[in-house]
Design a protein around this ligand. Structure first.
Ligand SMILES: NC(=O)c1ccc[n+]([C@@H]2O[C@H](COP(=O)([O-])OP(=O)(O)OC[C@H]3O[C@@H](n4cnc5c(N)ncnc54)[C@H](O)[C@@H]3O)[C@@H](O)[C@H]2O)c1
Ligand SMILES: [Zn+2]
Length: 351
């Protein structure tokens, strides 16, 4: 088992089943262990040992929106009824939604109790489980309410990806490409080369290696700026425009990962037009993103996306922050991008 340490959190990779990670959880450390999961994941993994250790299971039903304050209230009541105390542990077992939600609950229940993450999606493994951001949505915005709290441990086992569909694999892969573009040229080329193999789960050694590199990058970035005062913002590469696109579809149809591919290509365009990257670098990114199977956004109106950009949560002093590329594997933060060029970039990705 590979171990990476971040601040007080530890990430363990691979072979959870063989390592018997749950054996000493209840002895004298925690009075009860609660597994917060959701129905899809529970139905697939109900025979997994996590559900046969005597832990109390909180299984959120399929028709219930998970990341809301209403659901938080319901689950907090359920935890109270089941006898959850300050000495209890929460395990979040599921995708990024369960990571954000269970982390949020663990951070507010009795002013915070210990929690562990076991991500079951690619996006959960390379992104959502790491860095201590928790959150729920409101009708105004995604993740508008949230806290910072790091889990005690994160256990990553790509075996869970065997049941994940291709679309969710492609979504998670957007974040792998992101780390490559902002921080690690070799990772970018390695990811592009192995994209097809990985999304079909054909070679999990290659994928494990990519996951491990992404975890290290996220840890490294978060370590420098846990509370996103500055440097951590580079993780929003492609996300400012991506979020605006997601909002155009009311967070339906166009998934987060797909929006991020489009957002990254818009930024690719802006970085190129402003002469920060060469024609060739622009083309390498564009060629890759154009062959990723994505939802068609041809019906979008540029003005509508621009309107959503104005309401971006990360806007400061009425200006959008953009993360631009100045090389493959290198980026910088700026709020000096004219609306005219942003519009051109939207025209470019929409048409
Ligand atoms: N906190 C952070 O730093 C951070 C970073 C990135 C994303 N996020 C959050 O992550 C969320 C998105 O995460 P996601 O893409 O994992 O979505 P998700 O949790 O909704 O999972 C995607 C789909 O996969 C299913 N699923 C999960 N595991 C599975 C498995 N092993 N096999 C088959 N199906 C499985 C789920 O039921 C769901 O239908 C968003 O809410 C986003 O805000 C948080
Ligand atoms: Zn993202």
């Amino acid at each position: 088992m590979h171990k990476i340490v971040i601040n007080n959190s530890k990430i363990y990779m691979k072979n959870l089943i063989n390592e018997n990670i749950f054996s000493n959880l209840t002895t004298n450390i925690y009075d009860y262990v609660f597994v917060i999961t959701e129905e899809t994941v529970f139905n697939i993994y109900q025979d997994h040992e996590i559900f046969h250790k005597g832990f109390k299971v909180v299984n959120i039903k399929q028709n219930q929106p998970i990341k809301t304050l209403e659901t938080s209230q319901i689950i907090i009541n359920e935890l109270s009824n089941l006898g959850c105390t300050r000495k209890s542990l929460i395990i979040g077992f599921g995708g990024g939604v369960i990571m954000d939600f269970s982390g949020f609950i663990a951070s507010i229940y009795m002013r915070g109790i210990d929690h562990i993450f076991i991500p079951t999606t690619l996006l959960g493994m390379v992104d959502a489980a790491i860095g201590g951001k928790t959150g729920v949505n409101t009708k105004f915005s995604k993740n508008l309410i949230g806290t910072f709290k790091n889990p005690e441990y994160i256990y990553i086992d790509s075996i869970f990806l065997n049941s994940l569909n291709k679309k969710d694999m492609i979504d998670g892969f957007a974040e792998i490409i992101k780390y490559g573009l902002i921080k690690d040229k070799d990772l970018f080329f390695e990811s592009v080369k192995n994209f097809k193999t990985c999304i079909n789960h054909k070679n999990s050694k290659i994928l494990d290696n990519l996951i491990k590199k992404c975890c290290k990058h996220k840890i490294d970035i978060v370590k420098q700026d846990q509370f996103e005062k500055n440097h951590r913002m580079i993780l929003n590469f492609g996300h400012t425009i991506g979020h605006a696109l997601e909002k155009c579809y009311n967070y339906e149809h166009l998934t987060h990962g797909q929006a991020v591919y489009y957002g990254m290509n818009a930024i690719n365009f802006i970085s190129w037009k402003l002469n920060y990257i060469t024609d060739n670098q622009f083309k390498i990114i564009d060629d890759f993103i154009k062959q990723v199977p994505l939802f068609d956004i041809g019906d979008l109106k540029v003005e509508e996306v621009m309107k959503n950009l104005k309401f971006d949560k990360k806007q400061t002093w009425n200006k959008n922050q953009f993360i631009l590329l100045n090389d493959l594997g290198s980026c910088f933060i700026t709020n000096k991008v004219d609306n005219a060029i942003v519009k051109q970039s939207l025209d470019f990705i929409i048409n």
